[in-house]
Design a protein around this ligand. Structure first.
Ligand code: KG4
Ligand code: ZN
Length: 336
């Protein structure tokens, strides 16, 4: 079965084709970063308009790259939420219309379930059950995963998401949007100098809070001369605080659940310092850690095609409704 995956929840238009036996056939991504960079963040209306312009040509291109025609496609998976309403509607309406025209099923995919399953696209995929740390621009979630759709929330951010904290800190350092990867680059030139707090690690529990870290960072920047080295040292200290805080909570989650497998996904999991820190932690705990390849940490169509494919294979199918939910709690998902 060939499944076409469509991702349009935020500022990336992405399309992929996944095959049940052959795996990932092809994937394409168009980033709107240059459209939004002059505004310092995503402008929802511009995002929707850009998805409208790019989505159908990208679908054509993906079919062409795969050597397939529309009649080969057996199902369509599209991101239905969470995300920006207008952006989601472009993907949902396109997916539903194509499915109706091609007389095939379409399935609404939860964006964070897509991230969660992204490590399954790699050669040595993790086995259920596992602990998942999802760190993206909009979410920071620790979940006990027993199977697809079997999610027990262990902890989440009470304020900013991990990626949001990276982006806001990058902005304070005068770095252009999208800030997370820029901050990581700057941190490479940083030295061990400032000691930032590890929020909410001094009390039990698995929730996160990053807004205090942001304020601490701002004060440190304001109290420095703001030379390039000062900024690099702040970036280094911030990234180290994030890596260690995430590590402490993952260690607790593994201990609490008794599980020996950790998966880490979402845009921030592309961060090298965070990957290294979590690999070391897993090693100490005698656990295995799995990440998607960096390009599948951030938004992509492959993870949506994969997640939708699993649900279609399980016989899940939906009516013709154009389904889009900007907010969509993960525990509402059906288990397979
Ligand atoms: O998963 P994602 O692509 O989109 C959402 O679902 O939100 O995550 C985007 C987030 C952004 O905040 C971005 O700055 C952050 O992931 N990010 C990074 C890195 N690459 C992407 N943060 C830190 N280091 C990186 N290398
Ligand atoms: Zn995402």
């Amino acid at each position: 079965m060939y499944v076409l995956g469509i991702e349009s929840s935020c500022d990336e238009t992405a399309v992929a084709i996944y095959h049940t036996e052959q795996g990932l056939i092809s994937h394409i991504l168009y980033s709107q970063a240059s459209t939004h960079s002059e505004y310092g963040g995503v402008v929802p209306e511009l995002a929707s308009r850009d998805h409208i312009r790019k989505l159908v040509p990208l679908i054509r291109q993906t079919l062409h790259d795969s050597g397939l025609s529309s009649s080969d496609i057996n199902g369509i998976a599209y991101t239905a939420g969470p995300g920006l309403m207008g952006a989601l509607l472009v993907g949902a309406a396109t997916a539903r219309s194509l499915a109706w025209t091609w007389q095939i099923p379409a399935i609404a995919v939860h964006h964070m379930e897509g991230h969660l399953l992204a490590p399954m696209l790699e050669e040595n995929p993790p086995q259920f059950p596992f602990v998942a740390l999802l760190i993206s621009g909009g979410h920071t979630l620790l979940i006990e995963v027993s199977g697809i759709g079997q999610y027990r929330l262990l902890g989440e951010s009470l304020d900013d998401a991990a990626g949001e904290a990276f982006d806001k800190t990058a902005k304070m350092l005068g770095l252009p949007y999208p800030g997370g990867p820029r901050l990581a680059e700057l941190a490479e030139q940083g030295r061990e100098r400032f000691k930032f707090p590890r929020p909410m690690t001094d009390r039990p529990g698995l929730d996160f809070s990053f807004s205090g870290l942001k304020t601490f960072t701002l004060n440190t920047i304001n109290n420095s001369e703001q030379t390039q080295q000062d900024k690099a040292d702040v970036a280094f200290a911030f990234q180290q605080a994030m890596a260690e805080t995430l590590g402490i909570k993952c260690k607790r989650a593994l201990q609490q659940t008794g599980l020996k497998t950790l998966i880490v996904a979402g845009g921030v999991s592309a961060n090298r310092a965070i990957r290294t820190s979590l690999m070391n932690l897993a090693h100490e705990q005698g656990a295995q850690v799995y990440f998607p390849r960096p390009e599948f940490c951030t938004d992509n169509g492959a993870m949506i095609a994969y997640a939708g494919c699993q649900r279609l294979l399980a016989g899940q199918n939906q009516n013709l409704e154009i389904f889009a939910r900007p907010r969509w709690p993960m525990d509402e998902l059906l288990s397979l």
